[in-house]
Design a protein around this ligand. Sequence first.
Ligand code: ADP
Length: 180
Amino acid sequence: MTDKIPYEIELTKGDITSLRVDAIVNAANSSLMGGGGVDGAIHRKGGRQILSECIAIRCKQGKCKTGQAVYTSAGLLPSKFVIHTVGPIWAAGTLNEPELLAACYTNSLRIANELEVSSIAFPNISTGIYHYPKKEAALVAYEAVKNFMENENKVVNKVVFICFDDANYICYKDLILGNK
Ligand code: ADP
């Protein structure tokens, strides 16, 4: 059995590309070639380096499957790493979306442990273009992170949920305050 390390879960509002944490998570698509939403913001501000590394990953392993994660450096961003994970597209709960969404958080935290980072920030994966209902997604995200931090984590001591829109922020606030 491993010793559990103390950790905090922080909730904030804003743009993930401005955060000073060791690793930020990107809600990527399976092509890893960039897209809209948070993915577009990360590639725009992070510069060409991130895309070059994504292209190298594509050449080596092909597309990134839903629920899986890979990492690159963070280019011009203030963080050290970008962990790219592919959230599920909402299909009314018919295609294992909750398990796949939970896997995005768990697999990103596994990579964070491999990279030995102390702090990591997550956007609200799948709740934009992929249309996962926000309240349900927040619950899956929060439970997956807590579960990992309680049972598997060895190095991360801070997890930030960063919400870009008010609706997501309210969902997380209710959850986190309700659980304190
Ligand atoms: P997905 O395809 O996984 O739904 P999106 O990027 O469309 O990915 O949306 C995921 C979440 O990221 C949404 O809640 C959206 O509001 C949020 N988002 C968009 N831009 C940013 C940003 N710069 N920083 C943090 N979150 C963002």
